[in-house]
Design a protein around this ligand. Structure first.
Ligand code: ADP
Ligand code: ASP
Ligand code: MG
Length: 437
């Protein structure tokens, strides 16, 4: 079995839904995961904001925009009256439900239900289209098998048992279709795997079923060696190790959600990044195989804050770092980068929800300073420390850019630089020039 996940742009118009239908029916027995049509989850988040703020008019306007968007998709997608009316009824039932929320108390429980609707709609529209084409498909609701625990982590045993049972109850379908992103939480309420989380759904399903491959279909021909939205002339990397892909996903390569790597890595199932607009392009293969001795790609992660604590008295005395880390832990804030010296420690975080409390608590141990609006630029590849020359090439590329922190040696796969957000573009372009041209 192959798990095929299609992102928002891949199902973003009626024509694209038709193209995807062609791809997923080429062979039998695939397990297909769909995201919401592009823009829909953002609209649902916007509707939730209006509802939180009791702005009924704003919510109704945004719901009406969705209404026209889906009316157009339905007009263009179906050729029979019966498929078209099933789809219209389904979308109307969702939008009517959203309208009822303007009249009641809106909490995070309703918010999660609202943002789940994009994937529910896209999979229903695809299911009616495939039925119209005579495909024997089985729509398996993600809410019947995808579940997270109290920590928000997927419950792998539950997912495997439920999926296996559902497949046994529905044998022999031409294809199995489900929603990405959405799940139940430990209260059995509707929840999700965080924005961009459909990649994670695909990987969890692949691992649960021992799939042959997990294919992530998107709008580009694989992982590029730099962010194609920022740097011109980037090219696709053909092969990546899971750890390299995890570093790139975590440090900003939007094509792959970082959580998606771990289930596939442990189940040893290759992940392929493929292009819906050019299905025969080779894409990127991510596996446990490492292509030795080279820098593969560069990525950048935005919205980073650097915190430095200086203390002439206790720094690097044993137990000092523990105390510092405990402060971050007590505010559930994870640290991305860390650099130490005899007189100071610098750390970077991306979640600033508790920044004030963290700074206040750190002040017990030393002088604290904060740099806002920073960005991590990360160079990824097989950079075993015994191989020479990689660090110097990356450093050379950064020679004109003020660098606040450098981290190297944490893994064999990464050199990270912390720079000002305003220097990100220059840093990415210079790295591409020095490393790949
Ligand atoms: P989907 O909706 O299919 O999940 P995403 O928008 O999440 O698609 O990811 C695909 C986009 O990621 C591409 O269109 C591209 O602009 C962006 N991207 C950022 N960095 C990279 C990279 N290193 N390689 C490829 N794509 C990247
Ligand atoms: N639709 C969700 C989002 O936009 C999940 C995804 O596309 O992966 O974040
Ligand atoms: Mg994505």
């Amino acid at each position: 079995m192959i798990v095929m996940k299609f992102g928002g742009t891949s199902v973003g118009t009626a024509q694209r839904i038709k193209n995807v239908a062609g791809l997923i029916t080429k062979s039998k027995g695939n397990f297909v995961v769909l995201s919401a049509m592009s823009g829909t989850t953002n609209s649902l988040v916007e509707i939730s904001d209006y509802l939180y703020n009791k702005n009924k008019e704003g919510a109704i306007d945004a719901i009406s925009s969705l209404e026209s968007k889906y009316a157009k998709v339905i007009r263009e997608l179906y050729s029979t009256e019966s498929a078209s009316s099933k789809a219209s009824n389904y979308v109307a039932s969702v939008l009517d439900y959203l309208k009822t929320l303007t009249k009641q108390l809106f909490t995070s429980v309703e918010e999660k239900i609202v943002v789940a609707q994009g994937e529910l709609i896209s999979t229903h529209l695809m299911a009616y289209y495939l039925e119209e084409q005579g495909v024997n498909l089985c729509l398996l609701p993600a809410l019947e098998f995808m579940k997270i625990d109290i920590q928000g982590e997927p419950n792998s045993d539950y997912i495997r048992q439920r999926l296996t049972a559902l497949l046994e109850q529905n044998p022999g379908a031409d294809l199995y279709l489900t929603q990405g992103f959405i799940c139940l939480n430990h209260h059995d309420e509707i929840d999700n795997l965080q924005r961009g989380g459909s990649d994670y759904t695909a990987s969890l399903i692949g691992a649960a079923l021992g799939a042959e491959q997990i294919q992530i279909w998107t709008d580009i021909d694989g992982m590029h060696n730099n962010d194609p939205r920022i740097v011109e002339g980037t090219s696709a990397v053909r092969q990546l190790h899971f750890d390299e892909a995890a570093e790139l996903g975590y440090f900003g390569a939007k094509i792959l959600h970082p959580t998606c790597v771990q289930p596939a890595k442990f189940a040893n199932i290759p992940v392929l990044l493929l292009n819906t607009n050019d299905p025969s392009a080779p894409g990127t293969v991510i596996s446990n195989t490492l292509a030795h001795g080279g820098i593969k790609a560069v990525a950048a992660k935005d919205n980073i804050t650097a915190i430095r604590i200086k203390s002439s008295r206790m720094l690097l005395a044993h137990g000092f770092l523990r105390k510092v880390f405990e402060i971050f832990e007590s505010y559930q804030t994870s640290i991305d980068m860390i650099c130490t010296s005899e007189v100071g420690v610098s750390m970077s975080i991306d979640n600033t929800l508790h920044l004030n409390e963290i700074v206040r608590d750190l002040k017990k141990y030393g002088t604290v300073s904060v740099d806002l609006d920073m960005c991590i630029v990360c160079v990824v590849g097989d950079m075993d420390w015994e191989n020479v020359g990689f660090e110097s090439r990356a450093m050379e590329a950064m020679k004109d850019i003020p660098v606040r922190m450098v981290s190297y040696g944490g893994s064999n796969y990464n050199i990270s630089f912390l720079v000002r957000a305003e220097d990100k573009v220059a840093a990415l372009r210079s790295l591409s020039k020095c490393l790949f041209e």
